[in-house]
Design a protein around this ligand. Structure first.
Ligand SMILES: [Zn+2]
Length: 283
């Protein structure tokens, strides 16, 4: 009897682990099936109307990508919680425009709808946040006005007026949703360092080579006061460079390709998309 009890207690952790793996596998399968079902549903007419009237970039997409985006939007809205802050009431327009701009980045990228977080907090307007930074022996606490932010492994925060402006103007190279969700892609391989997940070792090598060189050029441009199609904020860190070039890639593809052909090529391979073609097709 004593021996049986010893065997039982020794095998208990293995049994628990196997049950957990079995349940986890089942829940992954259930999630995948639900995603397939949601992607195959047609988008509600009121959602489609919002895209057609408020998001001109959607109208420039080829039909196949419009269809794909509609599917992704429905999964995204099912899996993320969009929560109003400072009295903002969340409505369909807010939900659809955040989902559409975020899902544009993952239209063709393999992955699973920005894993690792659920909450997107939305303020009515640009908001004031406090932060502390260290300079030598000094801890400096200050406040700054923000259009959005992405917490590492945590929530995305957005200002609705900026989300709407970003959706309505698809040519100015500024898009807060794309910016913050580029940070989310960046952190999928742990560090937020301007290096997203890429499929091959060769691609990592090319990415590092091109991005490091282009980042140095941006820093020099900033120091010399030289204007560029890429916003100077990109020169603050490799992570910000990735997020800012993402905005430029989707909203100013011609200018980016003209000024920085190698950079454009790397982003084309990273997102498996070529926004230059969209403009050509529908303009
Ligand atoms: Zn940023």
């Amino acid at each position: 009897m004593r021996q049986i009890l010893i065997y039982f207690f020794l095998s208990l952790p293995i049994l628990v682990m196997m049950t957990w793996l079995y349940l986890d596998k089942r829940s992954i399968k259930r999630r995948e099936l639900k995603q397939i079902q949601l992607r195959s549903q047609p988008l509600a007419p009121e959602y489609l109307h919002i895209l057609q009237t408020e998001f001109p970039l959607y109208l420039r997409l080829p039909d196949e990508l419009q269809c794909k985006l509609a599917g992704h939007i429905q999964v995204f809205l099912d899996e993320k919680d969009i929560i109003g802050r400072s009295g903002l009431e969340i409505n369909d327009k807010i939900r659809v425009l955040i989902a559409a701009q975020a899902c544009l980045l993952i239209l063709n990228r393999p992955g699973n709808y920005y894993p690792g977080f659920r909450s997107i907090l939305v303020y009515p307007n640009t908001y004031v946040a406090s932060s502390t930074r260290t300079e030598g022996m000094l801890h400096i606490t200050g406040t700054s006005t923000r259009a959005g932010e992405s917490w590492h492994r945590g929530a995305v925060i957005l200002a609705w007026d900026q989300v709407l402006q970003g959706a309505r103007d698809g040519r100015d190279g500024h898009n807060v949703v794309m910016h913050e969700f580029a940070h989310k892609l960046d952190e999928e391989n742990a560090a937020m360092d301007g290096l997203p997940l890429l499929p091959t070792a060769e691609q990592y090598q090319q990415w590092s080579q091109v991005l490091n060189a282009e980042f140095s050029v941006q820093q020099q441009n900033l120091a010399d006061g030289v204007e560029d199609v890429i916003d100077s904020y990109g020169a603050t860190s490799p992570a910000e460079f990735f997020a800012v070039v993402t905005e430029t890639f989707f909203e100013k593809p011609y200018q980016l390709e003209h000024r920085h052909p190698q950079l454009y090529e790397q982003f084309k391979q990273c997102y498996l998309l070529d926004p230059k073609q969209w403009s050509k097709a529908k303009d």
